[in-house]
Unconditional design. Structure first.
Length: 176
């Protein structure tokens, strides 16, 4: 046999001295395992320190098998799912079919022509259809007015009787 000298750091030497085998025997086995890719013989190193060629540890296989077993048990014990209701909304795009529908509703009030001017309910001035407010007094021409609190306001009120807020009519009345 030939003699080979190894250099190693202190930690590696301490680990080597902790083995049951002699330093020479441990180094021969390690060199043989490295060169041939063979596993070390039983008894040379602890069985719990063995690592396979593919880099996995035997404990990894045990954990993997146990996890697989537990998962399969849980999936087996789980009650089957009931089918769920599904709501589907369908929207069709494209040419719509024209529907000829005639609605006849009698309100008891004769319809006014759209091109006719309206009269202001407060001052009686003629108000064009495109005006929202009366140009004379500021009365809202199209609809009733409501305060931000939700109460209905008369157009001649300067303040809301419910919350006390100033109304748009107050500005018109102050300018006179």
């Amino acid at each position: 046999m030939s003699k080979i000298t190894f250099r190693a750091d202190d930690e590696l030497v301490e680990q080597l001295e902790a083995l049951d085998a002699s330093k020479s025997e441990a180094m021969r086995e390690a060199l043989r395992a490295y060169l041939t890719g063979a596993e070390p013989r039983d008894g040379d190193q602890g069985a719990d320190q063995k690592v396979r060629r593919d880099g996995t540890d035997p404990i990894d296989d045990l954990i993997r098998d146990r996890v697989d077993t537990l998962l399969s048990e849980r999936l087996r014990d789980r009650p089957p799912r009931e089918p769920q209701d599904v709501n589907v909304a369908i929207t069709l795009d494209g040419d719509a079919v024209d529907r000829n529908t005639t609605v006849s509703q009698s309100t008891g009030v004769p319809a006014e022509p759209a091109d006719r001017d309206h009269q202001c309910s407060q001052c009686g001035e003629d108000v064009d259809a495109d005006h929202v407010y009366c140009p004379n007094c500021g009365e809202k021409a199209s609809r009733r007015s409501f305060c931000e609190c939700g109460d209905e306001l008369r157009t001649d009120w300067a303040f809301c009787p419910s919350c006390g807020r100033r109304t748009p009519a107050a500005d018109v009345l102050d300018s006179n």
